[in-house]
Design a protein around this ligand. Structure first.
Ligand SMILES: C[S@@+](CC[C@H](N)C(=O)[O-])C[C@H]1O[C@@H](n2cnc3c(N)ncnc32)[C@H](O)[C@@H]1O
Length: 229
């Protein structure tokens, strides 16, 4: 049984935090929607239609991002070390990762692979091996997108320090994420910081966040890397 199998029955309850809720209102959907939008915007900027692409979310948890992006891609799949986290996902292929460092899919099967808030739960000495394994399932010319908490944002650090789900978390700065992907042979394409404003303010000032995307202070960051053809 993995730590997330134990946490999964009360996962949403364990994430509740007054500071976090000041940011999102009473639902985490805001966080997932922002990530889905970042991924859509990336493909728009690359002038690449995602509708013919195959997408895998590694460490997909309860599958919220997969559900949001399912209709954007030709095929969508998820995997996670915790079967408990994935048990309510329906209508999307999911596979349990029996080994933390082995992704249960074949070589070069996916055009896009994401790992969202997974790496801070992976002990630092194992992160390079996980990144090599992620790279294995990306097709040449495909994309790996890592989204992580930004340790330079004090509110992020405070929320992580109070959240039981993050008891084992060791946050990684974007520089470490870039180093991991570079060691795995991927080329950095784009890095965006986001989650500067709470949902209530984002509604009005959303476009301003795009202007801040290169300032390394947002609550989280997304690193898009490409696999050489
Ligand atoms: C904080 S949750 C994030 C879930 C989801 N990605 C999201 O953003 O809501 C972290 C997830 O990563 C999974 N996980 C941890 N280590 C992993 C690994 N080595 N490979 C795949 N999944 C892993 C956990 O089981 C858990 O479901």
């Amino acid at each position: 049984m993995t730590p997330f199998d134990r946490l999964s029955p009360s996962y949403d309850e364990l994430l509740r935090d007054p500071i976090r809720e000041r940011f999102t209102g009473h639902e985490s959907a805001f966080f997932h929607r922002r990530k889905a939008d970042l991924i859509r915007r990336f493909f728009r900027r690359q002038r690449q239609a995602s509708s013919s692409l195959r997408y895998l979310d590694v460490g997909c948890g309860k599958g919220e991002l997969l559900q949001l992006l399912q209709s954007d891609f030709k095929e969508t799949a998820g995997c996670d070390v915790s079967s408990g986290m994935m048990k309510e996902i329906s209508g999307i292929e999911t596979r349990v990762q029996e080994d933390r460092l082995q992704i249960p899919f074949g070589d070069a099967e996916f055009d896009l692979v994401t790992a969202v808030c997974v790496y801070h739960h992976v002990p630092p000495p194992r992160r390079a091996a996980l990144t090599r394994e992620v790279t294995r399932v990306v097709r040449p010319g495909g994309i790996f997108c890592m989204i992580e908490h930004n340790p330079f944002n004090p509110v992020t650090r405070l929320i992580v320090s109070r959240t039981p789900v993050d008891a084992d978390a060791i946050l990684l700065p974007a520089a470490e994420a870039r180093q991991l992907t570079a060691y795995a042979g991927l080329a950095s394409l784009e890095q965006d910081y986001f989650l500067y404003f709470p949902q209530t303010i984002y509604r009005y000032l959303g476009p301003m966040e795009a202007l801040l995307s290169k300032v390394p202070l947002g609550g989280q960051y997304a690193l898009f890397s490409g696999k050489h053809r």
